[in-house]
Design a protein around this ligand. Structure first.
Ligand SMILES: Cc1ncc(COP(=O)(O)O)c(C=O)c1O
Ligand SMILES: NCC(=O)CCC(=O)O
Length: 461
């Protein structure tokens, strides 16, 4: 195994140049060149590119526990966690065994199966949804929830918040946080006015804006969709009472309240963010969406909610929704096994490890004089490269992206793979053991100094 750790004390100007150092990135570079020839940007999801931080994405060839190994043989402690799903860590032996056995029984039948039934039961048991429909991606989940909300209410307008990402659904691809923020798009060409024109975008955590929007458009609003706690502009929790206020405002206007827990579901807590907010404050969403952890690293996602609303879905009702691979037996076995293994101890461990990493990151950045702010939502957290609390996307956009790029590359050189964007949560897992935390702790001071050298020299988000 080649050590990824190299000199993280280099000139910040190298951040983004991918000066690979002695370890070298020859294999990743060669693979990326091949990928560029056949795939736009060389990646199958834009957030995987290093456009925000510069350099060549690492091609990962294997992963186990808290660690990734790349094509050049470098090992990294993983803080991407597949962008959320890997709550148990990579290649958990029991998940691998269950998936292998499921695959051996056949990979897809196009009929009802037991694992999809049991996964649906598990979701209904952990959340306030009464009925759930399984799909293959978070995007499909939110797209379907919105169609159902429109079908149920007979209204067209959808309200969302700037900086909340709900997948690449046409109607929701306005002011949509991390990927778009990283790539400086304000929405996307290809989304027709007719699709985005029925979407009202409001500042997060702004009650007055919500009240005004409902006063103006109330009778036309089918639903308001919000991340249960925002995680796609960095982690921005709702102000206390904000979700309950949204729920009450929707109810008062006959609109549906949709909470997107694709990222927070079974991650922020065992019952998602709802488990530490709605369950405590006494509100219930009309519809919810899930993904990531519930797929255990496979393509499985879901939307669900009140039985009377879900009854409008085909085949019971007229709102059409379908999928050849929906509820796929291998994917749902991975998700079901993951959820069953996600014991209270798992959440306690992830929370405790998070406290350690947050504290150490903050201490290192403070010692180096780098303006920063750490925020959490349940067990999720992120580090903003700017001072002071972040309550909405405008706040989040004030980050020093050059400082983050230098920090990111110094961490990478020292064997820690952060998400290549300043607008993402840092995902830990049950597999982040003492050794993994030590690698992170050892990397932080040098990375903080690299960030300090780069701070203020370039782009602000
Ligand atoms: C809150 C939220 N909703 C929806 C999505 C879309 O999910 P997917 O990427 O599986 O389509 C994501 C992440 O990608 C997300 O974080
Ligand atoms: N926070 C952003 C995502 O989770 C997106 C993942 C992807 O599209 O690969």
């Amino acid at each position: 195994m080649v050590e990824a750790g190299r000199d993280s004390e280099q000139d910040p100007a190298r951040a983004g140049t991918d000066a690979g150092g002695a370890g070298g990135q020859a294999a990743s570079r060669a693979l990326f060149e091949r990928a560029l020839a056949v795939t736009p940007g060389g990646v199958n999801s834009p957030v995987r590119a290093f456009n925000g931080v510069g350099g060549t994405p690492r091609f990962i060839t294997s992963a186990a526990g808290a660690r990734l190994t790349d094509a050049d043989g470098h090992e990294y402690v993983d803080l991407i966690g597949s962008w959320g799903p890997m709550l148990l860590g990579h290649a958990h032996p029991e998940v691998v065994a269950a998936v292998t056995a499921a695959a051996a029984r056949g990979t897809s039948y196009g009929t009802p199966t037991v694992p999809e039934l049991e996964l649906a039961e598990e979701i209904v048991a952990r959340t306030p949804v009464e009925r759930v429909r399984l799909v293959s991606s978070g995007t499909e989940a939110t797209m379907s929830a919105i169609r159902l909300a429109r079908g149920f209410t007979g209204r067209d307008v959808v309200v969302k918040f700037a900086g909340c990402y709900h997948g690449h659904v046409d109607a929701l691809l306005a002011s949509a946080g991390s990927g778009l923020a990283t790539f400086a798009h304000s929405g996307s060409p290809g989304v027709p006015e007719s699709a985005a024109g029925e979407t009202v975008v409001l500042p997060y955590n702004d009650r007055d804006a919500v009240t005004a929007a409902f006063a103006e458009h109330g009778p036309r609003i089918a639903c308001l969709i919000t991340e249960a706690a925002a995680g796609n502009m960095g982690v921005v929790p709702p102000d206390p009472g904000f979700n309950r206020f949204l729920s009450e405002t929707c109810a008062a206007h006959g609109a549906l309240f949709v909470t997107d827990e694709v990222m927070t579901g079974f991650r922020a807590s065992a019952r998602g963010y709802w488990g530490i907010d709605g369950a405590v404050e006494g509100w219930t969403p009309d519809l919810m969406t899930f993904g990531k952890v519930m797929g255990g690293g496979f393509p499985a996602a879901a939307f669900g909610g009140r039985a009377d609303i879900m009854a409008r879905l085909s085949p019971d009702g007229p709102v059409y929704q379908a999928g050849t691979l929906s509820g796929n037996p291998v994917a749902t076995t991975a998700g079901l096994t993951t959820l069953r293994l996600a014991t209270p101890e798992v959440y306690e461990h992830v929370a405790k490890a998070g406290e350690i990493v947050k504290q150490e990151a903050s201490a290192a950045l403070s010692a180096a004089g780098v303006p920063h702010h750490v925020q959490s939502a349940g067990t999720m957290f992120s580090v903003f490269f700017r001072e002071g609390p972040v309550r909405d996307f405008d706040d989040a956009s004030g980050q020093d992206l050059t400082a983050y790029a230098a920090f990111f590359h110094a961490m990478l050189d020292a064997g820690v793979h952060l998400p290549p964007s300043a607008y993402e949560a840092w995902f830990l897992s049950a597999a982040h053991d003492d050794a993994a935390l030590e690698t992170i702790a050892a990397a932080l001071p040098g990375a903080a100094r690299a960030a300090a050298r780069a701070a203020g020299t370039g782009v602000r988000g």
